[in-house]
Ligand binder design. Structure first.
Ligand code: COD
Ligand code: ZN
Length: 367
């Protein structure tokens, strides 16, 4: 079949909307008709070369849609099911899947690294040329083929535009709080970067019962959003040194948890420097792969600080997505306020330009 898809042909280029051939799903795969796709900074990192991915590729790792067709041997899904594609495929049986850490499963990493599905081929072609899948999702296409295990069924009456946000921004941010850090009620939290993912760390910390939630950003509009999502204090790092400001707000003690949700060595170090004794810095953002960050051994050892990372919210999507849906329905998780703009798919490059300008919180394109 034919589908319009946004292709990245080379680093530094804009997305090119072209009509591609989409092969039918093979055994254990499903064809999704996308309803909405989220505009996440991680795709932009691929466009700018900050993150690597095999090219040419159909980007998009946040989305929602309806199953249009199922391949042979598919048992858990049928045409018409509403689904969220999961951008880290997990086998379900390895050491990490068994331990409730499916984001660390090797299968998902294989798809992310090769841009091909598990049998080593792609379902997208342009004039006979192979086009890669991104993270096994490629939500910037009217139709995409994904492994059955990487499509999660959601209730039919759940709005598909809100559902798209759950697939990356929400689960990554809220999950980093619940499963990465395991934030305790009454604790103090600092969040570096109040963008589409960071804002979900902020609302996750509020849901977890953190007492002090300190949001750091360079943009006044993001800090205003941060307050609406539960930040008790905000710091504009363009105006003051955020580490000093966090120490002042915590009577010199530092915070129990500091999340870095930007992807810069300097802000990773700031997050670490903001910690209390035994505090934990959780890095969600990714810097270019060759970069390193150093921390003083003094505080690492004598203050027993922890520096760690969190990918995909350290989540178990099949347990966490229903939980997030319940929290939204209970009025505790803000999704309506998170979705600040909807663009038609044809305007996907404008949506990315707006993200680069720092406008809004999270936007989607719809098909
Ligand atoms: N100090 C404080 N705030 C800053 C600074 C700084 N020096 N620089 C930028 N910011 C703020 C921006 O103003 C913005 O508000 C925010 O940081 C970034 O937000 P967004 O909306 O542009 O980006 P997100 O939230 O969509 O994505 C953030 C990630 C950290 C997830 C992304 O950048 C990333 O590193 N992705 C790679 C990791 C990955 O693949 N994760 C899984 C998929 S998301
Ligand atoms: Zn993302």
């Amino acid at each position: 079949m034919k589908a319009k898809a946004a292709i990245l042909f080379a680093v530094g280029k804009k997305l090119d909307i072209r009509v591609v051939d989409v092969e039918p799903p093979r055994p254990g795969e499903v064809l999704i008709q996308m309803a909405a796709a989220g505009i996440c900074h991680s795709d932009l990192h691929v466009m700018t070369g900050h993150l690597e991915a095999p090219l040419p590729v159909i980007l998009g790792h946040e989305g929602s849609g309806v199953v249009a067709e199922v391949g042979p041997a598919v048992t858990s899904l049928k045409p018409g099911d509403h689904v969220i594609p999961l951008w880290r495929l997990s086998c379900g049986v390895c050491e990490y899947c068994s331990d409730g850490r499916p984001a660390l499963c090797a299968e998902g990493l294989q798809i992310r690294k090769t841009g091909r599905l598990l049998d080593g081929s792609t379902r997208f072609k342009l004039n006979g040329m192979e086009i890669k899948h991104f993270a096994g999702v490629s939500s910037f296409s009217e139709y995409s083929v994904v492994p059955e295990k990487a499509a999660f069924k959601i209730p039919d009456d759940f709005p598909l535009d809100r559902a798209a946000l759950l697939g990356c921004g929400v689960i990554t941010g809220v999950g980093a709080v619940f499963h990465g850090a395991r934030v305790k009620p009454g604790s103090s939290v600092a969040i570096f970067g109040s963008g589409g993912v960071g804002i979900n760390v902020i609302q996750g910390a509020a849901i977890a019962g953190a007492e002090k939630i300190i949001a750091v950003d360079l943009l006044a509009n993001k800090l205003e959003f941060a307050r609406r999502f539960g930040a008790t204090h905000t710091i504009n790092a363009k105006e003051v040194d955020p580490v000093e400001a966090i120490r002042t707000l915590t009577d010199g003690r530092g915070v129990d948890y500091a999340f870095e949700v930007i992807g810069l060595p300097a802000t990773i170090r700031q997050a670490y420097d903001s910690l209390s004794k035994r505090g934990m810095a959780i890095v969600v953002g990714v810097t270019p792969m060759t970069m390193e960050v150093s921390v003083p051994i003094m505080t690492l050892v004598f203050e027993e600080r922890v520096l760690t990372g969190s990918i995909y919210g350290s989540s178990r999507p099949r347990i966490d997505i229903p939980m997030l849906i319940n929290l939204y329905r209970a009025g505790k998780l803000k999704l309506d306020e998170l979705l600040t703009r909807t663009y038609p798919f044809s305007q996907i490059n404008e949506a990315y330009a707006a993200l680069e300008r720092g406008e809004g919180l999270r936007s989607i394109v719809t098909f």
